[in-house]
Design a protein around this ligand. Structure first.
Ligand SMILES: Nc1ncnc2c1ncn2[C@@H]1O[C@H](COP(=O)(O)OP(=O)(O)OP(=O)(O)O)[C@@H](O)[C@H]1O
Ligand SMILES: [Mg+2]
Length: 262
């Protein structure tokens, strides 16, 4: 919190630890603390079919999956196998056709929309495959947004956003609009936005897809450090075998199911 960000800052979790919230705030009630030992995110019998009749596509046919606190999981699989679909369902961003998703034991489909949004903001960070940054807001404002939604005071939110932007090597790009950034820079802003709240779990869809090796490695180091120091769980969809090698578990989407990869 007190540390001034610099444009040369290496990825570090130290700043993160400095302003990590003592408890999850922003959730509507005590459920954000969950049952002791409950998986941060879990699903059972998760199914998703797009369309119906002859054009129906059964993308997920029954996925069982638990993310324990501090897990580092990579999900690999062919293009079109359903990785993004799975991540969207786990993040409560889309409705399953069947089965259940739970966050710290709370059944997501049973939550009212506002409550679901609050709990998501309190527990999860999401890195979309295609960024979804707000084009009319600067990188700094985009990153600060999840904290502002939590009603963190503006100065504190901006400071936290500056620090995490420095951690992804973008201190000098804080005032730029997304349209003024390269694809890889936008990807790093999206990662910073997912991390700024120090969530229990980050769901990241190909977070290093547009990055060169050196920058991708910096992101791996940042993820490793946040995982080790703050115990943030990561579920990372990736085609990058080097990133997958950093995971403690590698799972593959195949024929609508999630299977352990040997
Ligand atoms: N909204 C939708 N409507 C219809 N079909 C969809 C929709 N979203 C995804 N699909 C289909 O579901 C399948 C899985 O898509 P998904 O985006 O989950 O794949 P993916 O594994 O993330 O692929 P990639 O590696 O290319 O990102 C694809 O065949 C896709 O065409
Ligand atoms: Mg995808």
């Amino acid at each position: 919190m007190n540390q001034k960000p610099t444009s040369t800052a290496r990825p570090t979790a130290q700043n993160a630890a400095d302003h990590a919230p003592a408890a999850v705030h922003g959730a509507g009630d005590a459920r954000a603390d969950g049952a002791p030992g409950a998986p941060v995110v879990s699903c059972r019998g998760l199914r998703k079919t797009f369309g119906d009749g002859p054009v129906a596509v059964d993308v997920l046919t029954g996925v069982d999956f638990d993310v324990a606190p501090g897990d580092r999981i990579a999900i690999v699989g062919a293009s079109g196998s359903g990785k993004s679909t799975l991540l969207h369902l786990l993040g409560g961003l889309d409705q399953p056709s069947g089965g259940s998703v739970r966050w710290l034991g709370n059944e997501v489909s049973g939550l009212a929309e506002g409550e679901r949004g609050r709990l998501r903001n309190a527990l999860l960070g999401f890195v979309y495959q295609f960024h979804h940054l707000l084009p009319e807001f600067s990188a700094l404002e985009n990153v600060a947004m999840p904290l502002r939604i939590r009603r963190v005071p503006v100065a504190q939110a901006m400071q936290a956003a500056r620090e995490i932007l420095a951690s992804v090597g973008l201190a000098a790009r804080a005032e730029h609009l997304p349209g003024q950034l390269s694809g890889g820079e936008r990807q790093r802003v999206a990662l910073a936005r997912a991390l700024v709240t120090r969530p229990r779990c980050v769901l990241a869809d190909e977070p290093t897809g547009n990055l060169d090796r050196a920058t991708a490695r910096q992101m791996f180091e940042l993820i490793d450090e946040l995982n080790r120091v703050l115990g943030i769980a990561f579920v990372i969809v990736t085609h990058d075998m080097e990133l997958a090698a950093h995971a403690s578990r590698v799972l593959a989407m195949r024929d609508g199911e999630l299977v352990e990869q040997c």
